[in-house]
Write a protein of this length. Structure first.
Length: 202
């Protein structure tokens, strides 16, 4: 997976962001790449080669920029894991930074109340037809409101787009996006389904 780099001009204009990307975001990518290699090695068994239906093991990742301007730098990292089970697994995690000072932005920096945020997310998620959730209440309660993506409950991740705040929620092998503003369009390139939700901001 490619790393994120600012241009020389951007690095001079936003030195704190450049440091955050180099020491935080790119270190995370290096760390997970090594973990993925170990997982592949541990999951492979030579006997798998005797199975005529065996198509190999894979961990594929991609990264995209949700927003990059003078206020916010937000990226989404997606991963698809196939380790020989019945189904692949997927995950998405967002990193959000202040462009000016390089600080990591977390939900408690934006929203006034975790309880109100959870209630709004739950209402909108349950309103989506033909979608069943496993342990939704537990996932919502476990969502880490105070810390960054490394501490996020894997079921949710918060991103910042040009149109506002989005949350991605894993449901089976799909991801649902919840927008925290009712204006603007969704970044459907990164997400599979969209619903809108009004949530009180700080």
């Amino acid at each position: 997976m490619s790393k994120f780099d600012l241009s020389e001009e951007e690095a001079k204009a936003y030195p704190n962001l450049e440091t955050a990307i180099r020491e935080d975001l790119n270190n995370y990518l290096d760390m997970t790449a090594e973990e993925d290699r170990q997982r592949l090695n541990e999951s492979f068994d030579p006997s798998m080669l005797q199975d005529e239906y065996f198509n190999g093991l894979s961990i594929e990742g991609s990264a995209g920029i949700l927003r990059a301007d003078e206020n916010f730098f937000s990226v989404v990292i997606s991963k698809n894991v196939w380790l020989g089970g019945q189904h692949p697994s997927t995950a998405r995690i967002c990193f959000n930074y202040s462009t000016q000072d390089g600080s990591l932005i977390v939900p408690s920096d934006i929203f006034t109340s975790k309880a109100d945020l959870i209630a709004a997310l739950k209402e909108k998620l349950k309103a989506i037809p033909d979608v069943e959730y496993f342990n939704l209440d537990e996932d919502l309660e476990m969502y880490d409101f105070e810390h960054g993506p490394m501490a996020d409950n894997i079921a949710f991740s918060m991103g910042i787009t040009d149109d506002g705040i989005v949350f991605t929620k894993k449901v089976d092998d799909a991801h649902i996006t919840i927008e925290a503003e009712s204006t603007g369009s969704s970044d459907s390139h990164y997400y599979d389904r969209q619903v809108k939700v009004l949530i009180e901001f700080k």
